[in-house]
Design a protein around this ligand. Structure first.
Ligand SMILES: [Fe+2]
Length: 293
């Protein structure tokens, strides 16, 4: 994940592209144990909720619950599948650095892990969110291409001043996306699959709206970073997501977006394809079971 507002270069000890050594041998037994705890919690809730591509990816990468993975070994497996590698970064990186990594099929992952008392909430994406949440989907050839296309699109959006809109696409797909399948809705978003509580909430709670994915609609919808989402967007397939992204001419789309208002987060539009119209009861009651993204 990237963040705006950075000035200057990388922090001390980081390379020009903000990468750092993962420092795998420096993880403590407690830190590995935190990974194991988080892994086991997700292993309980994800079968039947996460999409096939994610579960297949977990298996293909041998992401067992034995401790924090070594990025080199993980990258070697991932590279054989889809040409992606995982690189360590100190935390959030500037937008242009993030996009450049994605455009070159490198996924930047935080190398630190949350404290044992932060299992359900942390501000910045840690290694569990970044690796467990994001990397399995990168084993899927279609999703792998989508992530690279997003990186290239990010570079274009920056030059056109529409990053705010494009970031919403990332949020509602890569982080909090749902997939429609014949068996029902399934999760592919990393912000969800790395969160025990949101993995259940996003599919089963009556609060949020669940609406069919539409690129322009998504790009006009703000999101919240401090709590469960109030709306989730459902793609009919990963192929559709990739196809829409690579076939859209973003210049006229950004021109339209420049003159369009945001759609309130709880709104249902007349031409939305509504899967479930939420009660918003959770948000109205004050929410605050925050999740990492
Ligand atoms: Fe993320």
């Amino acid at each position: 994940m990237s963040a705006g507002g950075f000035s200057g270069g990388p922090p001390e000890g980081a390379a020009a592209d903000w990468t750092i050594p993962q420092g795998w041998s420096a993880y403590t037994a407690q830190e590995h144990a935190t990974w194991v705890t988080l892994y086991e919690r997700q292993a309980e809730v994800l079968p039947g909720r996460a999409c096939e591509a994610f579960l297949k990816g977990l298996h293909a990468l041998d992401l067992h619950g034995e401790g924090i993975p070594d990025f080199e070994q993980l990258s070697d497996k991932l590279e054989r599948l889809t040409g992606w590698r995982v690189v360590a970064v100190p935390g959030l990186v500037p937008d242009e650095v993030f996009f450049d990594h994605l455009a070159h099929r490198r996924f930047p992952a935080g190398n630190f892990i949350r404290r044992a008392d932060q299992l359900d909430y942390l501000q910045e994406p840690d290694v569990f969110h970044d690796v467990f949440g994001h990397v399995p989907m990168l084993t899927d050839p279609v999703f792998a291409d989508y992530m690279q296309a997003y990186g290239k699109g990010g570079q274009r959006a920056m030059s056109m001043g529409r990053l705010r809109n494009l970031a919403r696409l990332y949020w509602y797909t890569v982080e909090f996306g749902l997939l429609g399948t014949p068996e029902g809705l399934r999760i592919y978003g990393a912000g969800i699959v790395s969160s025990r509580t949101e993995s259940v909430f996003c599919l089963e709670d009556p609060s949020p709206n669940r609406i069919g994915f539409d690129l322009e609609r998504v790009m006009r919808t703000p999101y919240r970073i401090d709590d469960f989402q109030q709306v989730y967007f459902v793609v009919p397939s990963l192929d559709h997501l990739l196809e829409v992204t690579v076939s859209t001419d973003f210049a006229p789309l950004y021109d339209r977006l420049a003159g369009a208002s945001d759609i309130p987060i709880t709104a249902v539009q007349p031409d939305d394809r509504v899967f479930t119209r939420g009660t918003q009861a959770y948000a109205k009651a004050g929410g605050r079971l925050a999740t990492a993204a």
